[in-house]
Design a protein around this ligand. Structure first.
Ligand code: SF4
Ligand code: FES
Length: 247
């Protein structure tokens, strides 16, 4: 068993570097440690200036996503022991601009989430006196999988289509749209479909499926996109047969 393991950590301090570089750190090897523990060790004991994001340390907040040996991972759920004897290369999430060291700019991702109208849309609201909108366990199951997303952006770092075209709305935003489309209380599918049927929406996806493989929460964004494509194709066919109305 080894006592220490080497991390090669990407550094980018815009006030002193024009290009990212790598810095090597030797950290204690503990079989219970995840990559995030090693980064915290570096920050606490070796170099307090190292910048990265994390919060919950339990796969819930979605903020600790980074590239680990070339693959997008939640660093709080990725054990050092998987990479023995090392070295382990840690880089910021691919395809996003780097703000500093391992922290990336999230604005594009947040804008994409917002653009799919991720809220319940009603054509007609019921008066409060009629009570809440009830839902059966089966109706909940219809969309529950898509609601498990923690916005970690790992599926974007895994998606070659997003890598080539940043206008592509991307896997998590499409899964989020489907989370609301499949909700029995929602009546906004057509509104979202108009937006997402554009090239940058569902049709940009060439079904590589890497998003679903990489997702740490089993959300299956690739499945959501396929469902969406089927729906869009059906609606197009209906509008062709019945041009007077799309319902
Ligand atoms: S779909 Fe999965 S990989 Fe993508 S942001 Fe959500 S949890 Fe992360
Ligand atoms: S620290 Fe919250 S998901 Fe990793």
């Amino acid at each position: 068993m080894i006592d220490t393991i080497t991390l090669e950590v990407a550094r980018y301090r815009p006030e002193q570097e024009t290009e990212p570089t790598f810095e090597r750190f030797e950290v204690p090897f503990n079989k219970d440690w995840v990559v995030l523990d090693a980064l915290n060790y570096i920050k606490d004991r070796l170099d307090g200036s190292l910048s990265y994001r994390w919060s919950c340390r339990m796969g819930v907040c979605g903020s600790c996503g980074m590239m680990v040996n070339g693959e997008p991972k939640l660093t709080c759920a990725t054990f050092l022991s998987k990479y023995v004897p090392g070295p382990i290369r840690v880089e910021p999430l691919r395809y996003f601009p780097v703000v500093r060291d391992l922290a990336v700019e999230m604005t594009d991702f947040m804008d994409k989430l917002k653009s799919v109208k991720p809220w319940i849309i009603r054509q007609e609201e019921r008066p409060l006196s009629e009570g809440e909108y009830l839902q059966t366990p089966v109706q909940l199951d219809n969309y529950k999988q898509f609601s498990m997303c923690i916005n970690c952006m790992i599926c974007y770092a895994a998606c070659p289509v997003y890598g080539l075209d940043h206008h592509f709305i991307g896997p998590a935003a499409l899964a989020l749209a489907q989370r609301y489309n499949m909700d029995s209380r929602d009546q906004g599918t057509d509104e979202r479909l108009d937006l997402l049927s554009q090239h940058e929406g569902i049709w940009g996806c060439t079904f590589v499926g890497e998003c679903t493989k990489a997702c740490p929460k089993n959300v299956d964004p690739a499945g959501a996109i396929q469902q969406y494509k089927l729906k869009a194709a059906t609606e197009w066919f209906k509008s062709f047969l019945m041009p007077w109305g799309r319902k």
